[in-house]
Structure formats: structure tokens, C-alpha cells
Design a protein around this ligand. Structure first.
Ligand SMILES: [Zn+2]
Length: 70
């Protein structure tokens, strides 16, 4: 399967999403950067999140780019 990274638009290739830990991003860096982006914009972050905490976020909690805008 092929896709494109929502962060850097780079092409990603994977056998299945379960084989691809950073899906839908091309790499851990893009994933963390993107998470950081929406956290900054949508949530009040009062402390730094560790990489482990970010990794714990289930895909359902990831931003969709839809929804409320204030
Ligand atoms: Zn990327």
C-alpha cells in the first residue's frame, strides 16, 4: 500500500497499517510534529508531553482536520 504523509507529504509505503507504526505519517518525527501542532492549537498544554505519552495516543484521538473552529 502507498500513502502520503500528512505532515511532509512524503510518500509512505507499507504492507499493512499494523506493520507501519507511524501510520499515517512517514516517520516518528512527522507523527510527533503533527501531534504537537494540533495540541498547540487545540489544547492548553501546561506541561511538556513525553514522547511516550504521545505514542500512547490512540489513532481515534488523532486530529481529523474537521470540527469546531473558534
Ligand atoms: Zn513525513
Amino acid at each position: 500500500m502507498k500513502g502520503s504523509c500528512p505532515n511532509c507529504k512524503g510518500v509512505i509505503e507499507f504492507q499493512s497499517t499494523s506493520d507501519f507504526p507511524y501510520f499515517p505519517f512517514c516517520c516518528e518525527r512527522c507523527r510527533l510534529l503533527d501531534l504537537g501542532k494540533w495540541m498547540d492549537g487545540s489544547y492548553k498544554v501546561t506541561r511538556g508531553l513525553s514522547e511516550e505519552e504521545l505514542m500512547d495516543l490512540p489513532p481515534e484521538d488523532w486530529p481529523t482536520g474537521e470540527g469546531e473552529e473558534t
